[in-house]
Each structure stands twice: as structure tokens, then as C-alpha cells.
Design a protein around this ligand. Structure first.
Ligand code: ZN
Length: 396
């Protein structure tokens, strides 16, 4: 789970399953229902957010980190954690896995959906806000059993996955209570760390957890009525000529190809009036926001890169920018000079880049406008949160 958490912005909620090689044969032990400790129970709700397949590779062919095997946490006795299938069959890719579990017991009623409803398992404080909402949604389900039964007939994916509550796939079904649906939408749209994403992003963020019929229409209406969004609306379909695409490098590492851009002419904030945005274009689409001065120059940018990006991701191989080509190539040279190495970083001048930087800048400007409000002299203090929020959004 530590590994997954580290890369969660890439691995969570993927459409295709993520194949995980593991030499941890003990996982097979959890394929059958059994009593589990609080440590394992705490993983379950989190595990549900990943679409993954486990492939067992014996230690000899898979050098695992010894640290990942440490036995931590107490082995507390929670009577509610009896008979739980921690890793049901759906997580194992059988044809690759050389250990075969001999007796598969699939009779457990909670098989396939353990842990999500926090009823038989004590869910740890992984997200109080969301679990409060979960309990509310479930409570209202009891009051509207008739409609839910009708929906079960109309929508094939709705099941009583845990024997008590209605789920659409893995998402809890929200009954026709507009207040409740607004609550759900608000959690994923207007919270500080949500940052008012657009319709399809908000929908994508909600779908793994909650579902109701015609939810796109509901979310569209909600966002059209969101004052913050309307005040900061950006025309995302300007009548530009089509952009010539930049072909991404296949299997690129994070920040191997970067797009650099500046947001300038900002009101002074902590001695800064410009934001340097660095976006990883070919791997993660993640961005880094650094406050600076407009007159920074290529040496200054190289210095910023050296301090804030290089320690985590190393040297970029390619830089895409709509800045003066001299500036970009000089930045690359300066970076190598600071590191005292001889290397060619290829640079691509793109008057409009491929839209990556523009998208990044747009989200950032929108976010800062919304949260700085009328106080425009402290935007630099919001940059780390803005960066976190932007990188948590699914990249569509
Ligand atoms: Zn909004």
C-alpha cells in the first residue's frame, strides 16, 4: 500500500487494471475469508480505489525491498474483523500466478466488496468527511427501499453488494434526495482541495464512490449554478487554428519531457510577480508551480529547477516552451553548467506548445482567482495547495 500511495495520482481509478508484481506470497493467504487485524482492515477502503491485478513472482526473480516486509502495528483483537476476504479473486491474475490456492471459498456474502461499508469492519479515520456522507447515503437508502428496488430492475449494475446496501458497481447508490446529491457533488467540487473542477472532471471524481441515475445532468446543473465557477468561467473553446501536435515519448519517465511557461504581470505577493509552471507532458501530466520574478532570466530559472525539480526527477531530456528559443536552450545549457556536466537537452520551440501549459495555466489562474478572492497579495502562499489540487484532478 505504501508503494501505491506514493504513485496514487497515477494509479488511482484507472480504466485498465494496473499489473503489480509481488513476491509477497502471503497475500494468497488472504484470498479466503478469515479473521483480520485492524492494520489490514484499515487498508480495505483504500484498496478499493485502485483497479489492480496482482502477479506473484518468487523472490529470486523479483528483488523486493526488505523494508516493505516489516511487521508493524499491533495485533489487536476486533471481533468485527472475523471472516473477511481481504484479497478476493478479482485481484489475482491467475494465468500468470504460479501459486494456486487449492480451496477457494466464494460463499462469503461480502466477497468482492469487503470493507467499503464500514459496518462489519471498523474503518480507520481515512476520510471522515466521506465516511459521514457514506453513512448518510446509506441511512436514506433505508427510507426509500421501494424506489431502489425499482432501480435494481431498471439498472442491471445495481446490486446489494454487501447484502444490505445498494451499490452500482462499487459506488453507493444515492437515492432521489436532491439535498444529499448536492452534498455529494459539493464534496467533490467546492472543497478547498477539489478546486471547482469542470463537469466531466467532477463526474469522474464522484463516479468511483457514488452513483445515481442521470448524474451527469445533475452535476451539469450544479456546476452551471455554481457562482464561483460562473464568475471565473474561462472560454475553453477559443477560435484558435488547430495546434500542431507534439508526439509524446512512449514510456517516458516523470519530468523527462517538460513544458515550461510563465504567468506574468501578477500583483506583487511576497516579492514575486510571476509564476513559473513546469508540466510533465509525457508521463504524469503533473505540474510544479514556482513563484518568481518576471525578470528572472534563464540562469534564475535553471537555479529554481535545480532546487525544486531536479532533486526529485533528475535532468529533463526535452524542454517544450513558447518562450524565445534562445531562452529555452540557454536554460538547458545553464542547468548542465550548474551541474558541471556535458549533455544536450533538446529543446522544442512551440508558439502555442501542445496546449499542456495553457491548460495548466488556466487551471492555476482559475484556482488562484477563486481562493485568493479580493486579497491579491498572498497568492504565492496558495501555490503549494493549488499544485496539489491540480495534480489530484484526473487528466482528461
Ligand atoms: Zn464551482
Amino acid at each position: 500500500m505504501h508503494g501505491l500511495r506514493n504513485w496514487d495520482y497515477l494509479l488511482k481509478g484507472t480504466e485498465k487494471p494496473v499489473l503489480i508484481y509481488t513476491d509477497h506470497a502471503n497475500l494468497h493467504y488472504y484470498r479466503n475469508p478469515r479473521k483480520i487485524g485492524p492494520h489490514i482492515a484499515g487498508y480495505l477502503p483504500e484498496r478499493e480505489q485502485y483497479n489492480m491485478l496482482l502477479e506473484y513472482k518468487p523472490g529470486a526473480s523479483n528483488r523486493a525491498d526488505g523494508l516493505s516486509r516489516h511487521k508493524d502495528h499491533n495485533n489487536g483483537n476486533n471481533p468485527e474483523n472475523e471472516d473477511i476476504t481481504v484479497w478476493p479473486e478479482k485481484y489475482f491474475c491467475e494465468h500468470h500466478t504460479s501459486i494456486q490456492a487449492t480451496s477457494m471459498v466464494r460463499s462469503h456474502p461480502r466477497d468482492g466488496r469487503p470493507g467499503r461499508d464500514g459496518e462489519n469492519i471498523q474503518v480507520m479515520d481515512w476520510d471522515t468527511l466521506e465516511s459521514n456522507l457514506d453513512s448518510k447515503v446509506k441511512l436514506v437508502q433505508y427510507q426509500d427501499q421501494k424506489k431502489l428496488k425499482n432501480w435494481t430492475a431498471a439498472f442491471k449494475q445495481i446490486t446489494l453488494a454487501d447484502g444490505t446496501h445498494y451499490y452500482h458497481g462499487n459506488a453507493l447508490v444515492v437515492v432521489a434526495d436532491n439535498e444529499l446529491r448536492r452534498g455529494v457533488t459539493s464534496l467533490f467540487h467546492d472543497q478547498l482541495t477539489a478546486g471547482h473542477p469542470g463537469i466531466s472532471k467532477t463526474l469522474q471524481l464522484i463516479l468511483p464512490y457514488y452513483w445515481w441515475p442521470n448524474m451527469k445532468a445533475f452535476i451539469t446543473k450544479y456546476i452551471q449554478g455554481c457562482t464561483t465557477c460562473q464568475m471565473n468561467k474561462v472560454n475553453t473553446h477559443p477560435s484558435h487554428p488547430p495546434l500542431s501536435p507534439i508526439t509524446p515519448v512512449k514510456n517516458a519517465c516523470p519530468f523527462e519531457t517538460i513544458a515550461m511557461d510563465f504567468i506574468t504581470k501578477l500583483p506583487p505577493s511576497g516579492g514575486h510577480n510571476t509564476i513559473l509552471t513546469i508540466t510533465d507532458t509525457d508521463c504524469s501530466k503533473a505540474s510544479i508551480f514556482l513563484p518568481c520574478k518576471e525578470a528572472i532570466g534563464s540562469e534564475g530559472v535553471a537555479q529554481l529547477y535545480l532546487t525544486h525539480v531536479l532533486p526529485h526527477y533528475g535532468l529533463p531530456k526535452k524542454i517544450i516552451s513558447d518562450q524565445d528559443p534562445w531562452f529555452t536552450s540557454h536554460f538547458g545549457k545553464e542547468l548542465c553548467h550548474l551541474l558541471d556536466i556535458h549533455q544536450n537537452i533538446s529543446t522544442a520551440y512551440h508558439p502555442q506548445t501542445d496546449g499542456t501549459s495553457e491548460c495548466t495555466n488556466q487551471s492555476l489562474e482559475q484556482y488562484l482567482c477563486m481562493f485568493c478572492g479580493t486579497q491579491q497579495n498572498n497568492w504565492h502562499t496558495w501555490l503549494p495547495l493549488a499544485q496539489y489540487t491540480k495534480n489530484s484532478w484526473p487528466s482528461v
